[in-house]
Design a protein around this ligand. Sequence first.
Ligand code: SF4
Ligand code: SF4
Length: 225
Amino acid sequence: MSEDPTPYEPLVEPPTGIKGLFAPVAGFGVTFSSMFRPTVTEQYPFEKVPTKPRYHGRHQLNRYADGLEKCIGCELCAWACPADAIYVEGADNADLPDGGHMSPGERYGRVYQINYLRCIFCGLCIEACPTRALTMTNEYELAGPTREGLIWEKEDLLAPMREGMLAAPHPMVPGTEDTQYYRGEVSGAVAEQVEWVASHRPEDPTLRGATAPAAQAGTTDGTVA
Ligand code: SF4
Ligand code: SF4
């Protein structure tokens, strides 16, 4: 037969006196004091509170001021992603007809997908991007009814066209190299680009927005000092 186990002895002395009297309800003190503090409950989704400025929300593929895409299809973002959430297929601008470009330089992202079922919003992909093509917005409402719908395509991720931008493909600003685009020296679409799009896609809705700035810029090279 085994010996009797050592009887239990608490390591902390139990409270006595007035403390002992209130000990069983001491936990309610936190609840009671909270009743007099301001309410912090957020009424989402009826009231949306802005996120912090550097919050990591959904991604965006950016464009240059003349509408060419910044993504060069290098796949660095896909390799940096720890969740294998990005799929990229690059292609050559030289294969596009009549000297059109999707991006400055040799390559562009022909296929670009982000799988938001996998993404953990760590931001490693945007750190890896050499052209700042990929950034993250503050948008966080990314739920959806289907799994397929949470795989976002390039068209879903591209930044909206701003005034002065001309939808790609179209040639680069005449006389410029890709490095001038990278340095932010292209300020908008120029007349030659507008003419090229007008002759290839006369119904393009971005022609109207790009015409006025291009007319102001004349036939200059569209660069700033
Ligand atoms: S934020 Fe992180 S997990 Fe999401 S795509 Fe970028 S690298 Fe991958
Ligand atoms: S988003 Fe950036 S890193 Fe990813 S393929 Fe495009 S250029 Fe390369």
